[in-house]
Design a protein around this ligand. Structure first.
Ligand code: DCP
Ligand code: MG
Ligand code: MN
Length: 340
């Protein structure tokens, strides 16, 4: 990065070091908002400088660069990363690795580091020294597999297998592959399924199918782990999360969501995502005095000062995605265009 191109100023490399520090310290709890901002401002100030910075003393004269960065800048320019830099680098590496464990968020990742954990192997010691939950321990055991993206072709194989078993249990079941696969992505983090059944002709619902489906797929050796079960398996709305594995393949995350037939369209939108698209669509509905969730689009929802719903309101669209787009006055967007 030393060879600055024509578009870059003479101090691009030094500025990029401050970008790196900004990224590195983000999430570190002992750095406050102002300190973080300091790195960002310094990076900008260094970029704006048109003359070549050769020392910390010179740099400290520039507006936006604090005295406190003098030593840092000397360390960078002389190619000797300081002590703190190494400490923080270890922290950053450890917390980022921990946060990729299934069921471990940024905060817990940081706490684990503070408690002395440095590697995934530390966390996975047989005595479970950090009191991790069953799901988190599975996340550690299958760490590499679960952090490997699922190619689209494998997503399709998993879908074909799950669908075939579901249809065998209930021939009139509606089952659809959702999430990033439905959006057309080349690879996915997990494989998501949405399930319902139209009860209008014969009164039969999909209630009970989920339990049989999971049980059968476990008996076949395809589902290998359960991470979360529904509160009530026989409800029309139920969510299951777990892990599956094709013969000789990697362990893969799989999510199955069951929903009442009336909610099909709203759930298709929700479970197709992505999450940022969902947020913007919900905000759009809200600005029109409506409310959108995975069950449907509602009017007449009354919200308190805190924004929380005080009344459910009345459902105005939910059966198809198109109904919901239309009611909102939005141009139809097929799944592969559902980016924010
Ligand atoms: N979803 C959401 N908000 C969340 C979690 C999920 O709106 N907090 C919705 C949008 C997601 C969909 O559910 O697209 C599926 O969730 P996934 O976590 O499986 O995300 P994706 O399938 O989009 O991506 P990935 O390939 O990482 O699984
Ligand atoms: Mg997914
Ligand atoms: Mn998912």
């Amino acid at each position: 990065a030393h060879d600055g191109t024509a578009a870059e100023g003479p101090n691009e490399w030094l500025a990029s070091k401050f970008d790196e520090m900004y990224n590195m310290y983000t999430g570190a709890k002992h750095k406050n908002h102002f300190q973080l901002r300091g790195y960002m401002l310094a990076a900008a100030a260094i970029r704006r400088t048109t003359w070549l910075i050769k020392s910390g003393d010179e740099a400290a004269k520039i507006k936006g660069i604090g005295e406190g960065f003098k030593t840092r800048i000397d360390e960078f320019l002389q190619g000797r990363p300081g002590r703190l830099f190494y400490d923080m680098d270890e922290q950053m590496q450890a917390t980022q690795a921990f946060a990729k464990i299934y069921g471990v968020g940024k905060n817990l990742a940081y706490d684990l580091y503070q408690k002395g954990a440095r590697t995934i192997a530390d966390l996975g010691a047989p005595s479970n020294p950090y009191n991790l939950s069953g799901g988190q321990q599975i996340g550690i055991q299958l760490y590499d597999d679960l952090n490997t993206r699922i190619p689209r072709a494998e997503g399709k194989s998993i879908h074909d297998l799950v669908r075939a078993e579901a249809i065998r249990i209930e021939p009139k079941l509606w089952i659809e592959i959702m999430g990033s696969y439905r959006r057309g992505q080349e690879n996915s983090g997990d494989v998501d399924f949405l399930i319902t059944r139209d009860p209008s002709v014969d009164g039969i619902t999909h209630a009970g199918v989920l339990r049989k489906l999971v049980q059968n797929l476990m008996d076949q050796g395809f589902i290998t782990h359960e991470l979360s079960q529904p509160h009530d398996w026989s409800e029309l709305e139920a969510k299951w999360m777990g892990i599956c594995r094709l013969e000789n393949g990697l362990y893969r995350r799989i999510d199955i969501l069951c929903i009442p037939f009336e909610s099909w369209g709203a759930s298709l939108i929700y479970f197709t995502g992505n999450d940022i698209f969902n947020r913007s669509m919900r905000l759009y509905a809200r600005k029109q005095g409506l409310s959108l969730n995975q069950r449907g689009l509602y009017k007449g929802v009354i919200r308190g000062k805190d924004g929380l719903k005080m009344t459910e309101g009345e459902i105005v669209a939910s059966r198809t995605e198109q109904d919901i787009f239309e009611y909102l006055g939005l141009r139809w967007r097929p799944p592969h265009q559902r980016r924010p």
